[in-house]
Ligand binder design. Structure first.
Ligand SMILES: *Cc1c(COP(=O)(O)O)cnc(C)c1O
Length: 417
């Protein structure tokens, strides 16, 4: 359920017509619905209400400060993957004890900054990282709380670029080596093993891979207790998918939670969850204008002012996003078309081979489910300023990030002399 609906054939975000926002901020822009965002967070959190848990929203899904702030006010913690994301959560005054830090390539400077902010734990992804954290914490006269990110070698059956829990992926520590590395961690002077972490991929549409992964790590936690390493936290990562189209409907967060809680039964541990997409994905859309209609030999191209630099998912993952006209009419023909951007790349499309209503130049269209990995993956390719971001609450909208200017893009560049 989201709050992007037609009222009188005008697409609205909550009570604000999208064409009204377009008239005020121009296109393309991302539009977020506060009520949808908060509803998704609440549903997810309530699903885990029966157990001790901490929800650490995955900042990389959408790192807009306005979104982080709304989630923090609802009690969310954060999963970060860079020093830049750490600065973002500091900017919204999130205390360190609600921050976990994931990622295979944490630099020395990033580790120090996270130690300085007293984060809850580092999700450690290699032997080398474990030793580096120990060394840096020692130099700062500190002890770093850590979890090892375990790669359980289960197939999440998602797009290869967003599967992370297979043996061949770069992420985590092979589950066969986990015991040995925990034993090493327990002997190090400046780290304390307090948790175990496991994130197997993104946009998962079935529960089995989550349950299989949990079985593997549960076994490990028991084994660790036998050798005197008692963990306080089990971080199960993120990855629950959202419905991008009607074909594949992922399980509801309540079913997801139930499956995990059944499997956990009896294990005395605090859960950490790192949802990203499921919180923010359907809380945002991208609104663009049609620039041209071009008839190719085989199909029609709807050329918009939003491209792969604004929304990379179709180009990168061949992802499906539903396209809707902002002004709905019932007298239109339906045609086979590609929706493409202005960028000089064949991969620059928002939709391919889609049956769509006939659009006219100058019309507005909306790309649904663009709240996650939309703006946060956008770039300046082709020297295109990044889109504006707008937050809607009820009958009010606020520009939470103005459109970049071309001047800003070149501001720090220097000619060679
Ligand atoms: C990307 C990521 C997430 C969030 O994944 P979603 O599919 O958006 O829920 C959580 N944890 C880690 C470690 C990640 O890399």
């Amino acid at each position: 359920m989201d709050h992007f609906r037609y009222q009188d054939n005008r697409l609205h975000c909550e009570q604000v017509p999208l064409d009204q926002i377009a008239a005020s901020v121009g296109t393309p822009f991302y539009c977020y619905s506060r009520a949808t965002l908060e509803r998704h967070f609440d549903i997810f959190r309530n699903a885990f209400a029966a157990v001790d848990h901490l929800i650490c929203y995955s900042v990389k899904a959408n790192s807009s400060l306005a979104i982080l702030d709304l989630l923090a006010r609802r009690g969310s913690g954060f999963d970060i993957v860079s020093g830049g994301e750490l600065e973002r959560v500091k900017r919204i005054d999130c205390p360190g004890n609600r921050v976990v830090y994931s990622g295979v390539g944490k630099s020395a400077a990033e580790i120090q900054a996270a130690l300085d902010h007293d984060i809850l734990m580092f999700n450690v992804e290699s032997h080398g990282e474990l030793l580096r954290i120990n060394h840096l914490a020692g130099r700062m006269g500190r002890r770093a709380p850590i979890a090892l990110r375990i790669n359980p070698d289960v197939d999440p059956a998602t797009h290869p670029y967003i599967s992370t829990g297979l043996r061949r992926n770069k992420f985590g520590i092979p589950h066969t080596r986990a015991l040995e590395l925990y034993r090493l961690a327990a002997t190090l002077e400046h780290v304390t093993p307090i948790g175990l972490d496991c994130h197997i991929g993104s946009q998962l549409t079935t529960l089995e891979p989550f349950v299989d992964a949990l079985k593997r790590v549960k076994h490990l936690i028991t084994e660790l207790r036998h050798v005197g390493i008692s963990l306080k936290y089990l971080d199960l990562g993120g990855g629950l998918g959202i419905p991008y189209d009607a074909q594949q409907i992922p399980p509801h967060p309540e079913r997801y939670a139930q499956a995990l809680l059944n499997e956990l039964d009896g294990l005395d541990i605090t859960l950490i969850l790192e949802p990203g997409r499921v919180i923010v994905g359907n809380a945002g859309i991208l609104v663009a204008s049609v620039e041209y209609i071009k008839d190719g030999e085989e199909k029609r191209f709807i050329i918009t002012d939003a491209g792969m630099n604004d929304l990379l998912r179709p180009a990168l993952y061949d992802a499906h996003h539903t396209i809707l006209p902002v002004m709905r009419r019932f007298d239109r023909e339906e045609i086979l078309a590609d929706v493409v951007g202005p960028i000089c790349e064949t991969g620059d499309f928002l939709a391919k081979d889609r049956i769509l209503p006939e659009f006219n130049p100058g019309e507005l269209l909306a790309v649904r489910s663009a709240g996650a990995y939309g703006f946060s993956m956008s770039s300046n390719y082709n020297t295109r300023p990044r889109a504006a971001e707008v937050m809607v609450s009820e009958d009010r909208f606020t520009v939470v990030r103005p459109r970049e200017t071309i001047q800003q893009l070149m501001e720090h560049e220097i000619l060679f002399s």
